[in-house]
Design a binder for this molecule. Structure first.
Ligand SMILES: Cc1cc2nc3c(=O)[nH]c(=O)nc-3n(C[C@H](O)[C@H](O)[C@H](O)COP(=O)(O)O)c2cc1C
Length: 397
């Protein structure tokens, strides 16, 4: 029921564990597989040798509720060395039946020898048994590029795609130049795209520490770093980028960023992603959440009348003039109805400042309801409820 595919790889579930500490050891990857992950993307490996860290060289992660995972680190601390990465891919590919997608990273892009490093990492990942490769650009600066640079980045990605036999997919982020995102989506040879990477932000301040930054801004010995945000806050961007990419390409999409509920996952699938990747939520709550999400996805499909995941992928679109568009729906299709018997006169609805149609004391609809549903959400005795247009609600014809 949950089967899907991504760049030709069969997945038993659309839930892929994104590249993060939840995929940096064989034990963690095995636990993800046992919990029902469709695939994993291994923690990125770089071209650098192992870095000796001192006791003060900690990674810094802090989860802030409703905001997400705030991090400060540097690639030398965050990224596996080449030896560690190759060993992880080799052992995971041997031990696991699910696809192991290797994430590779190199801190340079257009300097002397940089392309060779990228290609060498891709070939090492392929030789170690990876089923596909993700290109991790996080520590590169692709924020503002000239037209020539956009073409050059796309050409190099294409050359990496052609350098191995397994699928190679770039990972996109909203920090990237918009023209680059569009060019990769519309014109590159990559069979699929992974997004969203975490985003760079300015420091987050702690109001209980006299407004000091959460992380003290100290420079690491091992490379520069800024505050990085993943998790909850990324979700609107993930949903938006899914639509933007789907309008430009039929390539396979692996959506991620802020995903933590079955509803969010289904929304990405309906918007055209073949699978999703989940990272910081699983770091925080553990692989058992994969089992729970799979179960809730199955229940959603069954109760909504879908036989399989494939039946929801991309269903939000209609095709017009060869392009995908979100089907138009009337904005107001449900409106509020007042059930006088239930009203206790508590007055909570009187605090609403948005409504022009519901009058209080006496409580009644005097105009067309806009269907905003705020009165429904705040009414303690449920004396206001949403009904389909024409179902007897205020303003119903
Ligand atoms: C602690 C941490 C480490 C990460 N390391 C990597 C990495 O090595 N390579 C990579 O491509 N993405 C890395 N990511 C980004 C995630 O793969 C993912 O794109 C991002 O966190 C957004 O997804 P989420 O909101 O589900 O966490 C990391 C994220 C976190 C939170």
């Amino acid at each position: 029921m949950l089967e899907t595919t991504f760049v030709g790889l069969p997945l038993t579930s659309p839930i892929v564990v994104g590249s993060c500490p939840a995929t940096e050891s064989l034990d963690a990857i095995r636990r993800a597989e046992d919990a029902g992950a469709g695939a994993v993307i291994t923690k990125s490996m770089g071209s650098h040798p192992s870095t000796p860290f001192g006791p003060a060289d900690r990674r810094r992660y802090r989860w802030v509720p409703r905001l997400g995972m705030l991090m400060q680190s540097s690639y030398l601390k965050e990224i596996l060395s080449r030896d560690q990465g190759v060993e992880l891919i080799r052992r995971a590919s041997t031990a696991c039946a699910i696809p192991i997608i290797a994430s590779v990273f190199h801190p340079g892009w257009d300097g002397e020898g940089d392309f060779e490093r990228w290609r060498s990492l891709c070939r090492a990942a392929e030789a170690a048994g990876a089923a596909a490769i993700q290109l991790d650009f996080f520590y590169l600066d692709f924020r503002k590029l000239t037209t020539a640079a956009v073409r050059d980045v796309r050409n190099r990605i294409d050359a990496l795609v052609g350098s191995v036999r397994i699928p190679v997919v770039p990972k996109l982020s909203i920090d990237m130049d918009g023209d680059l995102i569009d060019a990769i989506a519309a014109e590159s040879r990559a069979p699929g795209l992974v997004y969203l990477d975490s985003i760079r932000t300015e420091p987050y301040i702690d109001i209980y520490a006299r407004g000091r930054p959460l992380y003290d801004g100290e420079q690491f010995r091992h490379g520069r770093s800024r505050t990085v945000l993943a998790g909850e806050s990324l979700l609107p961007f993930t949903l938006s980028l899914t639509q933007r990419l789907r309008r430009r390409t039929r390539r396979d999409l692996a959506a991620g960023g802020g995903l933590a509920t079955p509803d969010d996952i289904v929304r990405c699938l309906m918007l055209g992603a073949q699978c999703v990747h989940v990272s910081s939520f699983l770091m925080r709550r553990g692989p058992a959440q994969i089992t729970a999400l799979n179960e809730r996805l199955r229940r959603f499909l069954a109760t909504q009348g879908y036989a399989r995941v494939a039946d929801v992928i991309g269903i939000s679109y209609v095709e017009r003039e060869g392009r995908q568009h979100i089907a138009e729906a009337p904005f107001v299709d449900r409106i509020a109805r007042f059930i006088g018997d239930r009203c206790t006169g508590c007055g909570r609805c009187e605090e609403l400042t948005v409504c022009r149609s519901f009058r209080t004391r006496p409580y009644e609809f005097v105009g067309n309801c806009d269907g905003c549903s705020m009165c429904v959400a705040i009414c303690p005795p449920h004396a206001l409820e949403l009904v389909d247009m024409g179902g007897g609600g205020a303003g119903a014809p």
